[in-house]
Design a protein around this ligand. Structure first.
Ligand code: C2E
Ligand code: MG
Ligand code: MG
Length: 288
């Protein structure tokens, strides 16, 4: 229906005609206002980044954080990314938003790594939209952002969804190789929810697969962990590591650890937090 409303919004923009379906009209007006607000938000940089810890399951130590964008809306407060990233992606607006997130993530990684010598291994994962991933100058841009932040490439990981990498597999292989040559790890996000082309997977130089939360949620001690287990085995057979998303219960954690899943994140450890709180969280952890 978002699709539909957007289509109508475009038609409305072109012809200026009045819509007669009141429900559709309301939807269109709502969407148009989001579109305008989003453009304004980008001009004013009304975004902020929250950080969710990624935990090394074997040792329990925090290995890094995932950077998750929020829109600081003047009236609505913090708007979650799923309410605006898909729209931004359709409007080709993820480039400026993504640039903001990347700069913030690099700044924070630099700060945290330097604040304490024992934290020198901390990394931050940044989500990269398909549109960003397809930019011809992605490599140069990432390189330049790292350079400007004086940050070691090992501090940055990129997360890209299956749909993002499969739009153009040949270019993807090339992009991933170049990023890897810079020393940047790439992970496949929400693995198992898109159209995974298993025939390509072994050719992608990716460091890890992230098991989508929808598979972790099914781990209940009654055989619900079959898909999670299959993804772990697949990743390991391909020489990749695994990050489980959305771990909420001790049972899920125990199961994933037992199956050899290397990393995990989820509310069981911590929700995404603002920069201050994430730093305090890190400071509370025993140093490895
Ligand atoms: P994602 O990359 O798969 O991020 C994980 C999402 O799961 C986050 O939602 C996180 O808050 C949530 N989550 C983590 N642990 C748990 C848990 O234990 N239980 C539950 N119920 N949820 C958990 P969030 O922050 O709302 O982000 C949603 C999605 O928005 C992200 O999914 C990602 O696809 C996208 N996104 C976020 N930030 C960015 C960004 O900077 N750029 C782009 N392109 N997309 C982003
Ligand atoms: Mg992610
Ligand atoms: Mg995910």
């Amino acid at each position: 229906d978002c699709e539909n409303a957007l289509h109508h919004a475009k038609a409305l923009g072109k012809s200026g005609r009045v819509m007669f379906d009141p429900a559709m009209h309301r939807q269109t007006v709502a969407l148009l206002s989001i579109v305008n607000e989003l453009r304004y938000a980008i001009e004013r940089q009304q975004f902020c980044v929250h950080y969710q810890p990624v935990v090394d399951l074997a040792s329990g130590a925090v290995s890094g954080f995932e950077a998750l964008v929020r829109w600081q809306h003047p009236r609505k407060g913090l708007v979650p990314p799923l309410e605006f990233i898909p729209i931004a992606e359709r409007l080709q607006l993820t480039i400026p938003i993504g640039a903001f997130v990347m700069r913030e993530a690099c700044r924070v990684a630099k700060q945290w790594r330097e604040a304490r010598p024992g934290r020198a291994g901390i990394s931050i994962s940044v989500n990269v939209s398909p549109q960003q991933f397809e930019q011809a100058d992605l490599y140069e841009w990432v390189h330049e952002t790292l350079r400007a932040a004086a940050l070691d490439p090992s501090a940055l990981k990129l997360e890209i969804t299956e749909s993002g990498i499969l739009r153009n597999p040949e270019n993807t292989v090339e992009s991933l190789r170049r990023l890897k040559s810079l020393g940047i790890d790439v992970q496949i996000d929400d693995f198992g929810t898109g159209y995974s082309s298993l025939s390509y997977l072994h050719r992608f130089p990716v460091q890890a697969l992230k098991i989508d939360r929808s598979f972790v949620i099914r781990i209940d001690g009654n055989g619900g962990g079959t898909i999670a287990t299959a993804i772990i085995d697949l990743a390991h057979n391909l020489g990749m590591q695994v990050v489980a998303e959305g771990i909420e219960t001790p049972e899920q954690l125990a199961f994933l650890k037992e199956k050899g899943c290397e990393y995990g994140q989820g509310f069981l450890f911590a929700k995404p937090m603002d920069e201050e709180s994430a730093w305090r969280y890190l400071e509370r952890q025993p140093k490895g």
